[in-house]
Ligand binder design. Structure first.
Ligand SMILES: Cc1cc2nc3c(=O)[nH]c(=O)nc-3n(C[C@H](O)[C@H](O)[C@H](O)COP(=O)(O)OP(=O)(O)OC[C@H]3O[C@@H](n4cnc5c(N)ncnc54)[C@H](O)[C@@H]3O)c2cc1C
Length: 434
């Protein structure tokens, strides 16, 4: 062929009205954050055909896009913490550990917090989803839910390339905002007072040695006394440096995260503005540590607690404090109550050595639907109770439980499965102490 003829051919096309593209699977997971990823991978390992659907163009939800940066709630409390959640957490700890993408911090909040590199977690999720044969459906926004009596039959999604219908036997609402339950017309809860989100930052160019010498309490006190002068809403928070990597994670801002598109876009802008002002404060007040610091990554605005399902059980803060083990417990956690209900600070309530609290299946299942399970930050609880179990360790446990519960339910009702069988499958997340 004459090379000079290349690049000249095109064809004229016109949009044809036609039926939506249809996908059929066993289990459809709405939301590809850490809870949805856990649910999807567990369900695929059970031999189920799984679709993992998200409005975002990438997998990982906030764990990747908001640069959350640390796994909390994966270990028990005290001098000898043990891992309380396994499942996909084991693979993440093994594989990211092997590539040097993890940094465990011992002793903070009486437990182990594990810092991770968000790009490494994102790639791990993508590789596992491909390896397990999960069908990722990205840039697909839920617009309506098809429901017949007590069962969800399908989801209608708007995509960049037209409408998509997903039919399944079982559904997981891992959307964080209970988008599936809400769109299906089910009753949902919202907090009476707003729960603040955070603009996470990754910074670079700081002096690691000088940062290590900073007294955390003194930094907090100075922030409290000077925050207003710098236009900062929040008066506390923390900077986690990853030793030897030249980057640090900053969780020191607050922004409201309303459930409306314009409001949320404004919140994102306000969060970034807070992030910039915070860096100005750090540069001005601690020039040795932060004089040359700059932002390397602004995460997508971090959203904590917005809207969640009304379940068969309402997890209460008293159950969390008492460590009440529900008969239908599916996961456990020792993370503090971490309530971001004030613009200027966070209410922390840490637990003692050996404290464990539990997540019941009842808080994950809406009473009116047989084949829907919520997982992650949109399960039923009061705001303070939820503020502990929404961290990523228990989100992973909830995802695993959702997959197994739907697998056991088959064409029946999740509320009627044999809880003993479910708990036997979830043994590691309930009983292991090594
Ligand atoms: C700033 C901040 C800091 C935090 N720090 C920590 C920490 O250090 N350690 C820790 O363990 N936890 C932390 N948490 C808590 C934890 O990160 C979250 O609660 C957890 O990641 C929630 O996971 P998820 O899977 O439930 O939801 P998300 O990660 O929010 O995922 C939900 C997904 O659903 C999708 N979705 C929503 N609606 C629709 C729709 N209508 N159609 C299609 N898709 C939809 C979204 O695009 C999103 O990807 C933090 C949270 C915040 C906000």
């Amino acid at each position: 062929m004459d090379p000079r003829g290349r690049g000249r051919a095109s064809r004229i096309v016109r949009r044809q009205d036609g039926p939506a593209t249809r996908l059929r699977c066993d289990i459809a997971v709405l939301g590809a954050g850490i809870a949805g990823v856990s649910a999807a991978l567990e369900a695929a390992r059970l031999g189920r055909k799984v679709a993992l659907i998200d409005a975002a163009p990438q997998l990982g939800g906030q764990s990747v896009a908001s640069v959350i940066g640390t796994f909390c709630g994966l270990y028990s409390n005290g001098p000898e913490p043990y891992q309380v959640t396994h499942g996909i957490a084991d693979g993440i700890l093994r594989d990211l550990g092997a590539e040097g993408a993890l940094h465990p911090i011992r002793g903070r909040r009486n437990t182990i917090i594990v810092q991770y590199r968000e790009q490494a977690l994102g790639r791990w999720i993508e590789r596992q989803v491909a390896a397990e044969g999960v069908m990722p459906v990205l840039s697909a926004l839920l617009v309506s839910v098809r429901r017949e009596a007590r069962r969800i039959r399908g989801l209608d999604l708007a995509t960049r390339f037209g409408m998509l219908e997903v039919e399944a036997d079982g559904f997981v609402d891992a959307s964080g905002d209970a988008a599936l339950a809400w769109t299906a017309g089910l009753p949902c809860r919202e907090p009476q007072e707003p729960i603040f989100g955070t603009q996470m930052l990754v910074i670079e160019g700081f002096d690691e040695e000088a940062l290590a010498k900073l007294d955390r309490a003194e930094l907090q006190a100075r922030l409290a006394s000077k925050a207003a002068r710098h236009g900062l809403l929040r008066h506390d928070g923390f900077v986690f440096a990853t030793p030897g990597k030249g980057t640090a994670l900053v969780n020191m801002t607050h922004a409201e995260t309303p459930l409306d598109p314009v409001g949320l876009a404004q919140a994102q802008a306000a969060g970034r503005e807070q992030g910039d002002r915070l860096l100005e404060f750090l540069r001005a007040e601690y020039p040795a540590a932060f004089g040359a610091a700059r932002v390397r990554t602004y995460g997508q605005i971090g959203i904590r607690q917005t809207r969640w399902i009304v379940g068969r059980h309402h997890l209460t803060v008293d159950e969390v404090r008492q460590g009440y083990r529900h008969p239908d417990a599916i996961g456990r956690c020792s993370w503090p109550i971490e309530l971001h209900d004030r613009a200027d600070g966070v209410y922390w309530e840490e637990f003692g050595d050996g404290h464990i609290h539990w997540v019941p299946l009842g808080a994950m299942i809406p009473p009116d639907i047989d084949n829907l399970v919520a997982a992650g930050r949109c399960i039923d609880g009061d705001p303070a109770g939820l503020s502990s179990v929404r961290v990523m360790g228990p989100c992973i446990a909830m995802g695993a439980a959702a997959a197994h519960a739907l697998d056991l339910a088959g064409s029946g009702a999740v509320a009627q499965i044999d809880i003993g069988r479910l708990q036997a499958r979830l043994h590691d997340n309930l009983e292991r102490r090594d």
